[in-house]
Design a protein around this ligand. Structure first.
Ligand code: NAD
Ligand code: ZN
Length: 345
C-alpha cells in the first residue's frame, strides 16, 4: 500500500468537496484500518457539501467527509485480538466517550460526548478509514457491500421503527426519503397491519411502493384523514414515525393518531416548530426523540432482519464510481433519488 490515498475532503470554506491525496491514517493500538469498498451519501454530507450554517459551525476545514461505509479490515492495532484481517465490515460512525454516566451504564448511544466520523473526525469517503475496533460491525457473507454501505441510515430507520411494538398496528410514516422508506419496510417486516407513508414528492412515493408493501399518500392531493376509513381503520394510526423534518408533517401526524398513540421523531426540523401541544395532551400521545442507532442493539436487530427476509435493496437507486462523486452529489441534491452509493474499489 502506498502512503497516500484518495479522499473526498472539505478543503475550502465554500460549496463543494474535493478529491485529494491524503495520508493513509495511522492506527492506534485499539484501532483497525479499513479498506473502503462502498460508501453511501447521506443528507448530512449534502449539508457539508453546501457549507450551510450548520456545517460552517460544526465541520472543521480539511475534514474527510462520509460516515456510511462497507469495507474490509487490512490492519489491526496491537491490542485488537477479536477481529481478523480480511474481515468484511461496516461500523458505527459515532465514536463514544467512556466517561459519561450513560456510557458507563452501557447506553452508548446516549453518550453526550459522541463524535461523528465524517462530521467531527476523519471520515469514510476515502480509500482507507481508521476506526476503533469497538465500532466495527462484521458483515456476514450474505450481506453485500452495497447493503453494508447503507446500514447506518437503515439503522436510523430500525432504531425509530423498533421504538414501539408494531405487531398488528396501523403505522404512519411521514416523509418518504430513504430513511422513511426503509422504516416503512421495517414496520411491514415487523408485522404491522397497515403501513401508510406520506410525502409531497410522487417519485419518492413511487419508490416507496417498489421497496415495500405500503400505502403511499401524497399529502398535496389527498387528506390523510380520508385514508383512515379507506383502510377500514377505526380512529387513526397507532404508531407514527416522523421522518421528514417538515413542520407540517408532525401536525398532520398528531391529527391522524388514535388516542394514546405513540410517535417516534427522527426527522430534524429546521428550527422551532409550531405544534398544537393541547392536541398531544388531550390525545395522551407519547413522543420519543430518536438519535442515531442503539449501539449495538440496532445493528444486531437489523442484521438479523436482513438475514430473515427484510429486503431494502431497491432503496439504492444510483451507483457511481468514487471519481464521479459529483454526479452522486448532484443526484442526491435533486431530492428524488433513493440511496446513492459510491464505489471506491
Ligand atoms: P430526506 O430529506 O431525503 O427525506 C425527507 C422527505 O420528506 C422528502 O422526500 C420530502 O419530500 C418529504 N417531505 C417534505 N415535506 C413533507 C410533508 N409535509 N409531509 C410528508 N413528507 C414531506 O431525508 P432522509 O435522509 O430520508 O432523512 C429523514 C429525516 O431524518 C431528515 O430530516 C434527516 O435530517 C433526519 N435524520 C435524523 C437522524 C437522527 O439521528 N435523528 C439521522 C439521520 C437523518
Ligand atoms: Zn447519515
Amino acid at each position: 500500500m502506498s502512503n497516500l490515498m484518495k479522499a473526498l475532503a472539505k478543503t475550502k470554506p465554500e460549496e463543494g468537496l474535493w478529491m485529494q491525496h491524503a495520508p493513509v491514517p495511522e492506527i492506534g493500538p485499539d484501532d483497525v484500518l479499513i479498506k473502503i469498498n462502498k460508501t453511501g451519501i447521506c443528507g448530512t454530507d449534502i449539508h457539508i457539501w453546501n457549507w450551510d450554517e450548520w456545517a460552517r459551525k460544526v465541520v472543521p476545514l480539511n475534514l474527510i467527509t462520509g460516515h456510511e461505509f462497507a469495507g474490509e479490515i487490512v490492519e489491526l492495532g496491537k491490542n485488537v485480538t477479536d477481529l481478523a484481517l480480511g474481515q468484511r465490515c461496516s461500523g458505527e460512525g459515532h465514536l463514544i466517550g467512556k466517561e459519561s454516566r450513560q456510557s458507563r451504564a452501557g447506553k452508548f448511544h446516549l453518550d453526550p460526548d459522541t463524535r461523528g466520523i465524517g462530521v467531527n473526525e476523519q471520515g469514510a469517503f476515502a480509500q482507507y478509514l481508521r476506526l476503533p475496533a469497538f465500532n466495527v460491525v462484521p458483515l456476514p457473507d450474505d450481506i453485500s457491500d452495497d447493503i453494508g454501505a447503507i446500514l447506518d441510515p437503515l439503522g436510523n430507520a430500525v432504531h425509530t421503527a423498533l421504538s414501539f411494538d408494531l405487531l398488528g398496528e396501523d403505522v404512519l410514516v411521514t416523509g418518504a426519503g430513504p430513511i422513511g422508506i426503509m422504516a416503512a419496510a421495517v414496520a411491514r417486516h415487523a408485522g404491522a397491519r397497515n403501513v401508510v407513508i406520506t410525502d409531497i414528492n410522487s417519485e419518492r412515493l413511487e419508490l416507496a411502493t417498489r421497496v415495500a408493501d405500503v400505502v403511499p399518500v401524497n399529502v398535496l392531493n389527498e387528506d390523510l384523514k380520508d385514508v383512515i376509513p379507506r383502510l377500514k381503520m377505526r380512529q387513526g394510526f397507532d404508531v407514527g414515525m416522523e421522518m421528514s423534518g417538515n413542520q407540517a408533517a408532525l401536525d398532520q401526524m398528531v391529527e391522524a393518531m388514535v388516542m394514546g398513540g405513540r410517535i417516534a421523531l427522527l426527522g430534524i426540523p429546521p428550527g422551532k416548530s409550531p405544534v398544537d401541544w393541547s392536541r398531544i395532551v388531550f390525545k395522551a400521545i407519547t413522543l420519543k426523540g430518536v438519535y442515531g442507532r442503539e449501539i449495538f442493539e440496532t445493528w444486531y436487530k437489523m442484521i438479523a432482519m436482513l438475514q430473515n427476509g427484510l429486503d431494502v435493496s431497491a432503496v439504492i437507486t444510483h451507483r457511481f464510481q468514487s471519481d464521479d462523486f459529483r454526479d452522486g452529489f448532484e443526484t442526491m441534491k435533486a431530492g428524488s433519488s433513493g440511496k446513492v452509493v459510491l464505489d471506491w474499489t
